[in-house]
Design a protein around this ligand. Structure first.
Ligand code: UDX
Length: 444
């Protein structure tokens, strides 16, 4: 098929490239000319394992094209995906201005029948707005061209996005028209080798809702577990054991019940807020969803509180080695990363920070921690330790999992680790004489 993907952000670029990999001809559009020029050369603006070689391969095969002009790429296009950003508005709702701008441009320029797909994460009712916007532009042009608006939310995890797209758990398609649903089924069938059961079709509004509910459910599991971790500490239980105890119940399962320093990233924080807003706009006051967010806000600072309770409110004359800045491993993304909040909290009290992250240091320096004084960045994890009082682990990158603890002990002023991701073995660290603070288990 001939596809157009509008928006070459994370979702657009991964989706477009994977569709090209499956043999479609895909044109990816973005208003950012500089980005498009780079993409034409195979230079991608994000770090995502496996994406760059796939982009380059498909550019060479001429199955992946890039352009900054939408209007030239609608003719002969079977399906146009809207994958532009939906930033959080000031009131917590998703801002649809970019989505509706694209819809308007489609209405102004389309010449042949088209399926328009909402791929961006958009609140319930957006497909109707996209449909109305296109209709009104066609009316202005005095044209009647057949088109359908479909909802096809993405469920990609950063760091594993290619795998998620190429071998999806499920694909959700919301379509109010059978022929549009059939086209989507044909488009996705190569991604399901054995059975198409995992392509789930439904009405548009339910599909729009599914995206938010999936993310809110996962965020709820995490906040629930973080709250349990805080209770475990108070009663003298070990949340790591409780986690295994409950996960063994197949109704509960092991995934997404790891306590930590709170969830971050581009999806959970934004989607939980947006779902809450949608509920409120429809006259419902969501109590659980609100609590999920409140617990997460508190959780982001739990490690900072542990540091303060050991060293006191005044942290001048203290230096902390921070291992990990990104919101999770496998990405350079620092959006809503706990590291931002924890570092600011420590620096506010006079602390100096020695930071290292395998991928996210540029993001930190140039954006997220740009205005924060007192941070020195290092090129390796061990270099952060010299003259530091303690090491604080905030992202569970693989290279942090089994470090040389003797080296850590030798370099730190006082051998102390604060583990915001419960990665280490407490018994081992105690034997080595390293003071170990983790989430959800009080120190003996
Ligand atoms: C998430 C969804 O998983 C994905 O389906 C959706 O499309 C986008 O949002 P992503 O934000 O990339 O993906 O990251 P994910 O791996 O889900 O982790 C989200 C956050 O939850 C991270 O901050 C992670 O550290 C945290 N987390 C995850 C926990 O604290 N505990 C867990 O048990 C799992």
């Amino acid at each position: 098929m001939n596809l157009t993907v509008i928006g070459t952000g994370y979702v657009g670029l991964v989706s477009g490239t994977c569709f090209a990999e499956m043999g479609n001809t895909v044109t990816c559009i973005d208003v950012d000319k500089n980005k498009i020029e780079n993409l034409k050369k195979g230079i991608i603006p994000i770090y995502e394992p496996g994406l760059e070689p796939m982009v380059k391969r498909n550019i060479e095969n001429k199955t992946l094209l890039f352009s900054d002009v939408l209007k030239d790429n609608l003719e002969n296009c079977d399906v146009a995906f809207i994958a532009v950003g939906t930033p959080m508005g000031e009131d917590g709702s998703a801002d649809l201005k970019y989505v509706l701008q694209v819809a308007k441009e489609i209405g102004e320029n389309m010449t042949t029948p088209l399926i328009v797909v909402d791929k961006s994460t958009v609140p319930v009712g957006t497909a109707d707005k996209v449909k109305e916007t296109i209709a009104s532009e066609l009316e202005k042009r005095g044209l009647e061209i057949e088109y359908h608006v479909v909802s096809n939310p993405e469920f990609l995890k950063e760091g594993d996005a290619i795998n998620d797209f190429m071998k999806p758990d499920r694909v959700v398609v919301g379509a109010d028209d059978d022929s549009a649903a059939d086209t989507m089924r044909r488009l996705y069938s190569p991604f399901f080798r054995s059975s198409m059961d995992r392509l789930i079709t439904m009405d548009v509004k339910s599909a729009e809702m599914t995206k938010y509910v999936a993310n809110a459910m996962l965020a709820t599991k995490i906040s629930f577990m973080n709250e349990i971790a805080n209770i475990c500490e108070l009663v003298g239980a070990d949340v790591n054991k409780v986690r295994i105890g409950i996960g063994s119940d197949s109704r509960i399962g092991y995934s997404f019940i790891y306590p930590g320093s709170g969830y971050g990233g581009s999806c959970f924080p934004k989607d939980v807020k947006a779902l809450k807003k949608t509920a409120e706009q429809n006259g419902y006051t969501p109590k659980l969803i609100t609590a999920v967010e409140d617990v997460n806000d508190i959780q982001k600072l739990v490690i900072a509180k542990k540091v303060i309770s050991k060293y006191g409110e005044d942290l001048s004359n203290h230096t902390f080695a921070i291992w990990g800045l990104s919101f999770k491993p496998g990405t350079d993304d620092m959006r809503e990363a706990p590291a931002i909040y924890i570092i600011k909290e420590l620096v506010k009290r006079g602390a100096k920070i020695n930071a290292y992250d395998p991928k996210a240091m540029d993001e930190a320096k140039h954006f997220y921690l740009k205005d924060v004084d007192g941070i020195t960045y290092f090129n390796s994890k061990y270099e952060t330790l010299a003259k530091s009082n303690a090491m604080i682990l905030l992202t569970e990158w693989k290279e942090f999992r089994a470090p040389d603890f003797h080296e850590i002990k030798k370099q730190l002023k006082e051998p102390t680790i604060f583990d915001g991701r419960n990665q280490y073995n407490e018994t081992l660290l105690n034997e080595l004489g390293i003071e170990y603070h983790q989430i959800g288990k009080k120190r003996p």
